[in-house]
Design a protein around this ligand. Structure first.
Ligand SMILES: [Zn+2]
Length: 115
């Protein structure tokens, strides 16, 4: 369950922002999670429940998960397509020589504060 390790990193980053900006409490955190990562959103939510309770500035904060769709680019013809389509082959030229151009994200998109 590497979600917990990722979340510890997230809480540390938020902790820095909180200290630098003299923030008392964060109300919601938006994470961008790529569809092609091995991160399981359900585990993130479970981990967040436990971890957010350990920090005064995060207690009760909502975790919002934005899933970024996986997109591949065909190395033969440059067509962009979703890797789960067409059994992973390019829909234009049927090549299976592809690279992932989106979907591997894991980052903090937004830290929300209520006024
Ligand atoms: Zn192609």
């Amino acid at each position: 369950m590497h979600e917990l390790t990722l979340l510890v990193g997230v809480t540390q980053q938020i902790g820095e922002v909180v200290r630098e900006n003299d923030i008392d409490h964060v109300d919601a955190v938006v994470l961008e999670v790529g569809e092609a990562t091995t991160v399981v959103p359900e585990f993130l939510r479970d981990g967040w429940e436990v971890l957010s309770d350990e920090y005064d500035y995060l207690r009760g904060a909502e975790l919002v998960i934005d899933i970024i769709p996986a997109v591949c680019r065909c190395r033969e013809c440059g067509t962009h397509f979703a890797p789960e389509e067409n059994e992973g082959r390019c829909p234009a030229c049927e090549s299976s020589d592809r690279e992932l151009v989106s979907g591997t994200e894991f980052l903090i998109k937004e830290i929300r504060l209520l006024e």
